[in-house]
Write a new protein. Structure first.
Length: 165
């Protein structure tokens, strides 16, 4: 399935860091900023999560709910959230979807075989209250910078304090 601008995005059920959700029900009458990461603890992902938290008030003013996706499990996410909060000086409260079986990443076209068969590329979707896709941006894992975080990293800055191993 090709997901095009103006299409209704796929609905899905998922475990998240804030509990189970039905995606369309979770969006409700708001806009959604749905973005993916290859895995927990990758340095760029940590800074992007932190920057999204830092922009939470601006998202809320515009009626936009952020929600992330990582292909790690919901039991692994709390350690990463702790790391994000520690290194980025934030309090991450928005949900992070757990997608260890890649079902949601594949449904949302976040898996690109030229990049990886097992990790989501970096994607960002803006979804309107009618659940229609209004903006999409997908870029290789090697690029590693979302529009929310451009300019937020500088050489020598702390981006992650934990090793996931």
């Amino acid at each position: 399935m090709t997901l095009l601008l103006g299409d209704v995005v796929p609905d899905f059920q998922a475990d998240t860091t804030t509990g189970p959700i039905s995606f369309h029900h979770w969006i409700g009458e708001d806009w959604a900023f749905f973005f993916s990461h290859p895995a927990d603890f990758t340095p760029v992902c940590t800074t992007e999560m932190g920057r999204t938290v830092q922009l939470a008030d601006e998202f809320a003013e515009r009626g936009v709910k952020p929600i992330g996706l990582s292909t790690d499990t919901v039991t692994e996410h709390p350690r990463w959230i702790e790391d994000v909060n520690d290194t980025q000086h934030t309090n991450l409260t928005f949900p992070i979807v757990a997608d260890p079986d890649l079902k949601i990443a594949k449904l949302s076209e976040m898996i690109h075989p030229a990049e990886s068969e097992t990790a989501a590329v970096r994607s960002a979707f803006i979804i309107d209250p009618d659940k229609k896709l209004r903006l999409t941006k997908t870029y290789p894992m090697s690029v590693g910078r979302s529009p929310a975080c451009t300019g937020m990293y500088w050489p020598g800055s702390v981006i992650s304090s934990m090793n996931p191993a």
